[in-house]
Design a protein around this ligand. Structure first.
Ligand code: ADP
Ligand code: MG
Length: 255
């Protein structure tokens, strides 16, 4: 059975200073293991909130409604989450390899050698960095890569990536995205990728949900029909340009 996560009519309100604020109002989308999914929307449209709901970090309360149906998973799901505020999520007193291996140290059921797995990932994604380096010795982009590798180390069943390449320059963001796509293709799992880099979102994705701040829901899901594996040449392919155009028009309509 294919692994999938069906979001059905998710609504969420926050209460602040005695006021109620509806952030999501009937969001629906399906994430499937064999389709790379992204979410694009303006700041404050609820992208991180939706990820937290999927990860069950944020639970429904009171009159929040909707359903999340997880299909094809064992009862326990490992979630790889790259946080938007990556700097706050790293442990500065640990080395790079210790940060990456951290989920293994704290996982009661894991018997793997965390540092060895961490070094393998560093060799593939961060070959110029010593596993023994401290976090403060890394650039912002390299720190963000450490967060990505820490999410990969437990071989998760679901990946949630909240602007994971935001600190990388454009070219590096695309090449890292394609590197990540290669990892994902080896062991496909449902994934949700949030990015303000429209090209990175289109380059990676099969499905791109447009999350509207005005309507507080996903108003459209765009499909990129290009084959996997994707390549940098595809950034100028007709299919890519058409998806890109539709997303840019959507973002303009939201501003
Ligand atoms: P995005 O990730 O799309 O930029 P967020 O999901 O972070 O948007 O936030 C959506 C809206 O919800 C924002 O207006 C934000 O201020 C509000 N919000 C997020 N988390 C909380 C919270 N814990 N309490 C109150 N309001 C919140
Ligand atoms: Mg966010």
């Amino acid at each position: 059975m294919k692994k999938s996560i069906a979001l059905e009519n998710i609504s969420m309100k926050f209460y602040r200073d005695g006021n109620e604020k509806c952030v999501l109002d009937g969001v629906s989308m399906t994430l499937t293991e064999d389709r790379f999914a992204s979410l694009v929307g303006p700041n404050g449209s609820g992208k991180s909130t939706l990820m937290n709901i999927i990860a069950r970090i944020m639970d429904y309360e009171n009159d929040d409604t909707g359903k999340i149906i997880y299909n094809g998973f064992q009862s326990e799901k490992k979630i790889g989450y790259v946080w938007q505020n990556y700097k706050d999520s790293l442990l500065p007193w640990l080395t790079v390899e210790e940060n990456i291996a951290f989920p293994i140290y704290v996982s009661p059921r894991s018997s793997s050698d965390g540092k060895e797995l961490a070094r393998k990932l560093i060799g593939t994604f961060l070959p110029d960095i010593s596993p023994k380096a401290m976090i403060y010795q890394l650039s912002g982009g390299q720190q963000q890569m450490v967060c990505l590798l820490r999410a990969l180390v437990l071989e998760p069943d679901i990946m949630l990536l909240d602007e994971p390449f935001a600190a990388l320059d454009q070219q590096r963001s695309w090449t890292t995205a394609l590197h990540f796509e290669k990892e994902w293709s080896k062991r496909q799992i449902p994934v949700l990728f949030v990015s303000h880099d429209v090209d990175a979102a289109v380059l990676l994705s099969d499905d791109i949900g447009l999350l509207s701040k005005k309507n507080r829901k996903i108003t459209k899901c765009i499909n990129n029909t290009l084959e996997h594996p994707r390549t940098l040449d595809m950034l100028t392919a007709k299919e890519h340009i058409l998806c890109r155009k539709e997303i840019i028009e959507f973002l303009h309509s939201e501003s």
